[in-house]
Design a protein around this ligand. Structure first.
Ligand code: ZN
Ligand code: ZN
Ligand code: ZN
Length: 352
């Protein structure tokens, strides 16, 4: 029967679907079953940049800076009883500062000096400072003139300024090993706890529960499949059930099985219980050992209805039934088929 094939196909598809669902369910969607995900703290880099994670290398963590002001050139010369000093400075830091410049000349134990006023040394610029050392004694000035060469000590004292590199905090950004993944760049999938199996996140118990769930689904499907088969079997009624059926219900079953139709009341009185789809008479006996007399009464009815072919349905036939059938054929040319209920039950195609 087509129905059974359809049901088997349906069950097969259903089981396949369920199994594939179970397989899909088994794989953790967050990590695609790998159990690892890219570390979200370092984006897989393995290290993270920590603001203020290290001392500022410019101010050594002090937060204040002595701007780097270098001497580009310097000169000093005797000039009408005084010493003129000229120094070119360059502030090489990106921050301006104020400072004073002091020039000192020693002559035989006597120091002569001059200090500039507070002077601005602009960021990343050259600044020229001029000093004039005066008050030198005539004798010492002559000594300097005679010596031709003398040394001048020049010192710059500049103000400390807030460190421009760390905004005065003394701290700088630093790359450190990612503490979340220990530098690996990936972490265990939090969804599945690294198992790669969906629903395995908290503990082994849940993992087993997940597997059990899959098994349970399969078992339920199998149960449904078996149930459907049992139902099909039940619908395909047993011979025993047919024996216990009310007569009318039994006749309906036979006619339905033969795709036939019921007979009229007058036909029934004549011994015709229904007709095949071709309109040939059918006699239906809910009995065993149906014998020649039943064959002959059907043959009589067929004669009255001008039918050449007829069918008798019964649980079994007696020894004389065949003889009656042969006689009907030889005497009247009637073809009478004898069909058992068992044949109807097991029939896959319409009999007649
Ligand atoms: Zn996962
Ligand atoms: Zn990381
Ligand atoms: Zn600094």
């Amino acid at each position: 029967m087509k129905n059974k094939l359809l049901i088997v196909a349906f069950i097969t598809i259903f089981i396949c679907l369920t199994l594939s669902v179970a397989l899909t369910m088994a794989q953790c969607p967050r990590c695609d079953g790998t159990g690892k995900i890219i570390c979200p703290y370092c984006d897989g880099a393995g290290e993270i940049t920590v603001e203020e994670g290290a001392p500022c290398e410019h101010c050594y963590g002090t937060g204040t800076l002595d701007p780097l002001i270098i001497t580009k050139s310097r000169s000093s010369w005797l000039n009408e009883g005084k010493i003129s000093v000229q120094v070119r400075y360059e502030n090489q830091d990106p921050v301006s500062t104020y400072g004073t410049v002091t020039a000192t000349v020693d002559v035989k134990g006597t120091s002569y000096t001059d200090t500039s006023p507070r002077t601005l040394f602009p960021a990343n610029e050259i600044k020229e400072v001029s000093l004039t050392i005066s008050g030198i004694s005539y004798e010492d000035y002559n000594t300097l003139q005679e010596g031709k060469v003398f040394s001048t000590d020049i010192t710059l004292t500049a103000d400390k300024v807030p460190c421009p590199y760390c905004d005065g905090t003394g701290l700088a950004a630093a790359a450190i090993e990612c503490p979340q993944c220990d530098g690996a760049g990936y972490i265990l999938c939090p969804e599945c706890g690294g198992t790669g199996v969906e629903g395995g996140e908290q503990n082994v118990g849940l993992d087993i529960a997940g597997t059990a769930y899959g098994v349970a689904v399969v078992v339920v499907v199998a149960g449904v499949a078996i149930g459907v088969f049992v139902l099909v079997k039940k619908r395909g009624v047993t011979e025993e059930a047919l024996r216990k059926m009310p007569a009318s219900e039994f006749q309906n079953w036979v006619l339905k099985k033969m795709e036939g139709k019921p007979a009229s009341q007058s036909d029934v009185r004549m011994g015709i219980d229904g007709y095949t789809v071709e309109g040939e008479p059918v006699a239906i006996k809910q009995a065993d050992g149906v014998d020649r007399n039943v064959i002959e009464s059907l043959a009589a009815a067929m004669g009255r209805r001008n039918a050449k072919n007829g069918t008798i349905v019964a649980f079994s036939f007696g020894n004389e039934a065949i003889r009656g059938r042969v006689r009907a054929k030889m005497s009247y040319g009637f073809d009478i088929q004898m069909v058992t209920v068992r044949e109807l039950i097991s029939s896959r195609n319409r009999l007649l």
